[in-house]
Design a protein around this ligand. Structure first.
Ligand code: CA
Length: 245
């Protein structure tokens, strides 16, 4: 379930937003000031922040700028809310690092659409939509993994950690992820566990994918980490054709 932090000092608006987001399946935390928001972010990193521009004390703009300079929060998706419609505000907001921008009053449907779009772009692993890579399919909503063999989908049983790991790989295919990155993105950023733990779960994931002939999709990239690939060359059973001169 995606975690969304709503930073808004007007309690009626904060409540309205959170009720609608919860109804749409998000886990919502409300902060009514920049200071509260910082405490919330220090505690648990959300998947996305809905940030009001005008807050008592520090403004949302100052918070967005600060989060953008911190390594831990640099990639945090941020949607800014403002009561002012001037174009200059929009540019200032996007300059400060907001990923999107919404002017009050807005419909909750509009906010939901923007949240999903920003998550799709920046944190697809935080969304519940099913993902397919090659013959492999993962569905976070039903917690099912399947692999098509000769056109027939076959269910793959994986543990909870392997599921999250595979979901992250499938939402970021063909990219190499270091063990440290995987720990951050799959296990959570306040978790202090050894990088070797990643190897243990990758091994389990490959074992689960073995019976459906998809284990080769999880590649070890020497000295760099792991990657999910559907390149034909990755399959041990299908070597790349030799080039003739
Ligand atoms: Ca406000």
């Amino acid at each position: 379930m995606s975690r969304i932090l709503v930073v808004e000092d007007e309690s009626a608006i904060a409540e309205l937003i959170s009720i609608n987001l919860r109804h749409a399946g998000f886990d919502v935390t409300i902060a009514t000031s920049a200071e509260q928001a910082q405490v919330a972010v220090d505690g648990v990193l959300p998947d996305l922040i809905v940030l009001d521009w005008m807050l008592p004390g520090q403004t949302g703009l100052a918070m967005a700028k600060r989060w953008r300079t911190d390594v831990r929060t640099r990639e945090l998706p941020i949607i800014m809310l403002t009561a002012r419609a001037e174009e200059v505000d929009k540019i200032t907001g996007l300059d400060a690092g907001a990923d999107d921008y919404l002017t009050k009053p807005f419909s909750t449907q509009e906010l939901l659409a923007r949240i999903r779009a920003v998550l799709r772009r920046k944190a697809p692993e935080a969304l519940d939509s099913a993902v397919e890579v090659g013959t492999l399919r993962i569905d976070p909503a039903t917690r099912r993994v399947s692999c098509g063999i000769d056109g027939e989908p076959r269910e793959v049983k994986v543990g909870a950690t392997e599921f999250r790991l595979l979901h992250f790989f499938m939402t970021h295919p063909e990219r190499v992820h270091s063990r440290a990155q995987l720990l951050d993105r799959v296990w959570g950023d306040h978790v202090f566990i050894e990088e070797r733990t990643v190897d243990v779960h990758v091994k389990r994931l490959r074992e689960a994918l073995g019976p459906v002939q998809c284990a080769h999709m999880i590649e070890t990239v020497r000295g760099a980490g792991y990657r999910l690939t559907q390149q034909a060359g990755a399959a041990p059973t299908k070597p790349a054709p030799a080039l003739s001169a």
